[in-house]
Each structure stands twice: as structure tokens, then as C-alpha cells.
Design a protein around this ligand. Structure first.
Ligand SMILES: C[S@@+](CC[C@H](N)C(=O)[O-])C[C@H]1O[C@@H](n2cnc3c(N)ncnc32)[C@H](O)[C@@H]1O
Length: 239
């Protein structure tokens, strides 16, 4: 039987992974309203891109922005820029000299990013890198302008190399730095991998990644069942 690829349907009885749609809407309504500039970027994404569902939702965006304010990072790395929505959320809490390096293979999205990063006044805080994430990571270019390790690495590019990205991040975040990985529940399919009823290759890899992060001696982790799952891990101090 041919293996199913891509995003599987949600498991109906779980709704939004236990946070059902009504509660998700309640949590969104009772959280800070999405800033107007980001709402405009959301509209552009839905009207001008082929896969707008890749965009993070309002609640997750506010969570990333809150994390940025809590950490007050000087260096953030994002793998998977897309239209630059999460990039702008991470930019919200940067220190005055802070920057976000963001990597994406798709240069067709640059006009949307340029327009909205300018409107959001974050363009000068973002260093854009175009190419396959693994190539950019291996090239050393991320440390050309600034040799300091990252405070945060946000992994949200292709799902094939997530574990390699996380392992790279473990070596390149500062002591006590943060690694955040999106889409770690694969719309519930990881449960079927765990109980042996699914061999979906994406879900298998994601389940392996979650287990890898939980068992990694250099990480403390929490897997948040928000939307499609956000894995948040703190890099334990070296030595
Ligand atoms: C889920 S979207 C990122 C969403 C974005 N972080 C946000 O929250 O708005 C995934 C992005 O990864 C990019 N991508 C896919 N494969 C990649 C690769 N090998 N290297 C770099 N980027 C890749 C895609 O072009 C796409 O824009």
C-alpha cells in the first residue's frame, strides 16, 4: 500500500489536541490582539501564497513574541522564514543590538517579507539567508558578522532534517539557550506511530525527534500541545 505523504487529517476526537476549537478561540480572544502590522502580513500570506496554512496562528505568534520578551535575545536563528511572520514575532523582544538570522530556500517570498518587515520596522534587525538550511548551517556564514552563539534557534523548515537541525542547535546555542521546534505533533499522527498503527514517514521522524529531545542529556524540554505542537528545550550549561 502506498504510504500517505504530507499533512494527515486531525484525529477528530482530539479536536485541537485536547485544546478544542472553542477553547482555542477563547484563548486567542483573551490574549493580546495580534498587532495590526502582523494582521496585514497574515492577509498578504493568505492572498498571495500557495500554502498559507504554513503560517503560525495568532496564539502561537503571541507565544513566540512573549518568549522573545522573556528571553530578551541578542541572537535568534529561524530555520524556515516563509513570509516572515514568526521572524517579526521573534524580533519583538530583541535587545537593542539584537538580530534575527532567518533562512529559507524560497526567494519568491522576498517581496512579501520586504514590504511587511519595512512596515513593521524590523527590516534592519533581520539578516536573511537564502538556501537550503543545512547548507547555510554548514557554510559558517551565520558567524561571519557575529561570532556569538545563538540565544534561540527556532526550527520550522522542512521536516526531513529536523533532528539534524536540532543537533546543530545544541552545539550552537549558548549555555541556557533555547531550542524551539514547530509541528511536533503532526496533527495527532504521532499517537498512531506510538501505538504502532501508523508508518507515516513524517510522523515517524517527528516522533523520533520528540523522543530524541526528551532523552538528550544536554536538554531540559517541554512539549506544548498548542496547535500542531511546539517543542521547547533549554540547553543545559556545558561542563
Ligand atoms: C512552515 S513554513 C515556515 C513558517 C514560518 N516560520 C512562520 O511561522 O511564519 C516552512 C518554510 O520552510 C521552507 N523550507 C522548506 N525546506 C527548506 C530547506 N531545506 N531549507 C530552508 N528552508 C526550507 C519553506 O520554503 C517554507 O517557507
Amino acid at each position: 500500500m502506498a504510504k500517505r505523504r504530507g499533512k494527515p487529517p486531525r484525529i477528530p476526537q482530539l479536536g485541537n489536541h485536547g485544546l478544542d476549537d472553542a477553547l482555542h478561540a477563547y484563548a486567542t480572544d483573551l490574549s493580546s490582539t495580534e498587532p495590526a502590522g502582523l494582521a496585514a502580513l497574515r492577509r498578504s500570506t493568505w492572498t498571495q501564497t500557495v500554502k498559507p496554512q504554513m503560517l503560525c496562528d495568532e496564539l502561537q505568534g503571541r507565544l513566540l513574541a512573549s518568549m522573545s520578551h522573556m528571553i530578551a535575545p541578542t541572537r535568534v536563528l529561524e530555520l524556515g522564514t516563509f513570509t516572515g511572520y514568526a521572524t517579526a514575532c521573534w524580533a519583538e523582544g530583541l535587545t537593542p543590538e539584537g538580530t534575527v538570522d532567518s533562512v529559507d530556500v524560497n526567494d519568491e517570498l522576498h517581496p512579501i517579507q520586504d514590504k511587511h518587515w519595512a512596515q513593521l520596522n524590523v527590516a534592519d534587525r533581520i539578516r536573511r539567508h537564502t538556501g537550503k538550511a543545512m547548507d547555510i548551517l554548514d557554510s559558517g556564514v551565520l558567524f561571519d558578522a557575529d561570532p556569538r552563539p545563538f540565544d534561540v534557534v527556532f526550527v520550522d523548515a522542512d521536516k526531513e532534517h529536523q533532528q539534524a537541525y536540532v543537533d546543530w542547535a545544541i552545539d550552537h546555542v549558548r549555555d541556557g539557550g533555547w531550542i524551539v521546534v514547530d509541528n511536533v505533533l503532526w496533527w495527532g499522527e504521532v499517537l498512531r506511530v506510538q501505538d504502532g498503527t501508523s508508518e507515516d514517514p513524517y510522523a515517524v521522524r517527528i516522533h523520533e525527534l520528540n523522543a530524541h529531545m526528551k532523552g538528550h542529556p544536554d536538554l531540559d524540554n517541554v512539549l506544548l500541545p498548542l496547535r500542531d505542537g511546539l517543542h521547547v528545550a533549554r540547553r543545559r550549561p556545558r561542563g
